[in-house]
Design a protein around this ligand. Sequence first.
Ligand SMILES: Cc1cc2nc3c(=O)[nH]c(=O)nc-3n(C[C@H](O)[C@H](O)[C@H](O)COP(=O)(O)OP(=O)(O)OC[C@H]3O[C@@H](n4cnc5c(N)ncnc54)[C@H](O)[C@@H]3O)c2cc1C
Length: 460
Amino acid sequence: MPPAASLLDPLRNIVGAKNVLTSKEDLLTYAFDGTAALSQMPGCVVFASDTQQIRAILLLANETRTAVVTRGSGTGLSGGSLPSPDCIVLCTVKMNRILEIDRANLTLLAEPGVTTLAIADAAAAAGLFYPPDPGSMKISTIGGNVAENSGGLRGLKYGITRNYVMGLEVVLPDGEILWTGNKCVKDVAGYSLRDLFIGSEGTLGVLSKILLKLIPKPAAKKTMVATFAAMDAAAQCVSDIIAAQIIPCTMEFLDRTTIHCVEDYAKVGLPLDCEALLLMETDGHPAAVADEAALMESLARKAGALEVRVAKNDTEANQLATARRSAFSALARLAPTTILEDATVPRSELAKMIRFVDAIAKKYRLRIGTFGHMGDGNLHPTFLTDERNKEEMHRVHEAFKEIFDEAIRLGGTITGEHGVGLAKKDFLPKFAGDAQMRVMRELRRALDPNGILNPGKMFS
Ligand SMILES: Cc1cc2nc3c(=O)[nH]c(=O)nc-3n(C[C@H](O)[C@H](O)[C@H](O)COP(=O)(O)OP(=O)(O)OC[C@H]3O[C@@H](n4cnc5c(N)ncnc54)[C@H](O)[C@@H]3O)c2cc1C
């Protein structure tokens, strides 16, 4: 593919000179995303400010067969927005306007560069609720969330980004602009192309507008923390709560390593004398919340909780949720390289999978802190390592292989929310199988015959 450097003048004509970065110092900060041990210099970075500019950039790139990597905030954890060599990085962060909140239809229309937090805040200001809350929500963009189909701490009860996308404006690689979906709650006309673009990781088109569903704000919530002497007891507690037909909005766990790191980092007074900690939250009508919280507390005690602490007020509840959100950053302070994985298994297999990760850490002599969305079976084994130590990195990769193989064997998946990108692409064929791989390849070829969008990501 030709280097983006040969297109600088036409790109400046499209977006204005100040919106094209070319100096080495500027490009360095776009040479990586949130994924450890991956970096690659782009040819240039271009900031688009509207759909027509995206269209013009893609027309130019398609004509000249130049690679384009779309980028939101670059917080991705699978290398999705890692540049390909000399590509155009098409950055959406300047498209950061909320275009409409429709109270009659409970929808919000946004440009792709709006942060997830700004979406949640705008919904709250209108007395409404946008539930998906990835740990990165302060900085991740809604475009990145849709492209990765991101989950969050409230996924168990409220679902993931896909459940809130009602419509999309997409610029296709040949510059054609497509609208899929609308404000109708019911719409079965034709294939659901909207669903195809959700989770497509920047490989099929550039999302230029996003229509989201909002819901009424829950009137009350209660947050509690339960600690356990063994991870199995915490897993049992989760099963018992769900068997009692309570679907809490949050059910997050931290293992011993992570608890200590988080407390050291966030200083919120987490109990330290335990092997596992569950952060649980129920929300809804105040009476239902009171009943559910009382039952959750008693089920936790029955499952052998060492301590159950109910947050006294919103401030304490927010502190506990923030502490959980800081797990990755807290672990990242311990080692030069932090590799966060997200193998996911059916909930019933979670305790088995956690034990397996522990055994793998011992087998390969690695430090792994594990936390994650226990109610969703979504684990984040986090490898604390050093990418300069080649011998240790070899062991890390061997450990990954075994963890993903085990997740697949238990009926799970190689990624619950971070996407395939570059980091998991070698594992996708085994997980997806021949027929799915063939259909995915043909779909991609049909939409992007010249292969300009995010080449080499997800699959070659
Ligand atoms: C501390 C931390 C915590 C995290 N917690 C979570 C979590 O709880 N849940 C979770 O799911 N993820 C989590 N993540 C991962 C990450 O934040 C999400 O994947 C997020 O959705 C990425 O958004 P972004 O704007 O940074 O996208 P980027 O990283 O810039 O891009 C991600 C992918 O989306 C594509 N893309 C971006 N914008 C567009 C667009 N407009 N059109 C087409 N394609 C586009 C890119 O090409 C790339 O493939 C976390 C990351 C960090 C660093």
